[in-house]
Ligand binder design. Structure first.
Ligand code: ASP
Length: 357
């Protein structure tokens, strides 16, 4: 195990045959917090004491290793270096574990899960993100249930193969495809939704898997893409958006890609100045990816004249992709492929189940 990380090995299968192994990667967030009696504040929980907090783990028959990021973060502080670190850890330990659980703050979990889905190629093992609305030490915490179910999903196999070979978010009974998820609640326990794709499983008394919705794997070797381009941004259209603002944004130095958050089925203002600015940006090789502000439904460029103009200028329709998936897909594609034509083609395709075609 890498000496740069703090790791704890927990054999929940003591005395019994181990049914699998899971690497838990703890990045920070509310889930791993505990109440510090001396200061009265929330501090990161020591995973050596995980069995004390989650005694149910003893019933599982798997080997668990918990690896903590050196610096635990609130997920609002997540950046591209964290995503590269996470994918590097998964790559380093891919062959050693049957599945991975990533403990992450909820605020940006959908972005990280989306990024990791695009950075991992030929995935045949589960990478299950989870977190909690209440710290693991709190009496009504959702952390225990989320963690236990995520571990169960990450270790479940059928005929020697992972049942869910995908990057997912498990939260409050729902297993969602990571790049289809959005944080939709900061009050209820059901923090995530996936408006355009069905859950891959629903946990009740049993975990009821929706296997026909799960992506098929291939036998090619697993690898990770190791570059991300930070020169992308999200521009949300709103009534009254000013010419000077749009111009300023589109002239951001080094800009390479934009997620244009449009209305309804991909519609935007038809003012000449707006279309001219969009067209000018495209002529400077800036990629513009049209994503709807609506959570449900998809972009259909050409359905209305207000979106046809965008398509005519070379804006790429994002179908029903989320903004979280769109911006991370741009970072990954622009970071790894120099051929813009190829990037544009891949943006219009589903790379790992992020859009419905
Ligand atoms: N601010 C926290 C975070 O995203 C909230 C959470 O963990 O749910 O890290």
């Amino acid at each position: 195990m890498n000496r740069y990380y703090k790791t704890v090995n927990i054999n929940t299968a003591l005395g019994r045959k181990s049914l699998g192994s899971v690497l838990v990667i703890y990045t920070g967030g509310t889930i791993g917090m505990d109440h510090d009696p001396s200061s009265g504040s929330l501090i990161p929980f020591d995973f050596e004491r995980i069995i004390e907090q989650v005694p149910e783990l003893k019933r599982f028959q798997f080997e668990l290793t918990v690896l903590s990021f050196q610096e635990l973060i609130d997920s609002s502080d997540v950046n591209l270096d964290h995503w590269l670190e996470l994918s590097r850890i998964i790559d380093d330990f891919y062959d050693e574990y049957d599945g991975f659980v990533v403990l992450h703050g909820t605020d940006t979990m959908a972005y990280t899960a989306s990024a990791i889905s695009f950075m991992t190629k030929n995935l045949s093992k589960p990478i299950i993100f989870t977190g909690a609305q209440l710290p693991i030490g709190a009496s009504r915490t959702d952390a225990r249930d989320n963690l236990i179910a995520a571990l169960e999903i990450a270790s479940t196999q059928r005929d020697g193969k992972a049942l869910i070979p995908e990057v997912c978010i498990y939260f409050d009974n729902l297993l969602l495809r990571g790049n289809r998820s959005k944080k939709a609640q900061n009050f209820n326990f059901t923090a995530f939704e996936s408006a355009n794709y069905q859950p891959l499983a629903v946990a009740g008394i049993h975990i009821d898997y929706n296997l026909s919705a799960v992506r098929k794997t291939n036998d090619k070797p697993f690898s990770t893409l190791t570059k991300l381009d930070p020169n992308v941004l999200i521009l949300k259209i709103f009534p009254g958006i000013s010419q000077s603002y749009v111009k300023h944004v589109l002239q951001t130095p080094d800009l390479r890609g934009i997620v244009l958050e449009t209305y309804g089925s991909g519609n935007a203002p038809t003012d000449k100045w707006f279309l001219d600015l969009v067209s000018d940006a495209i002529s400077r090789d800036i990629i513009i990816y049209n994503v709807s502000q609506c959570d449900g439904g998809s972009v259909t460029q050409g359905k209305y004249i207000t979106s046809k103009y965008l398509g005519d200028t070379g804006v790429i329709g994002g179908s029903d992709i989320t903004s979280e998936a769109a911006v991370t897909k741009l970072m990954v594609l622009l970071g790894n492929y120099s051929d813009l034509g190829k990037v544009k083609k891949l943006l219009a395709k589903s790379l790992c189940g992020e859009i419905t075609l």
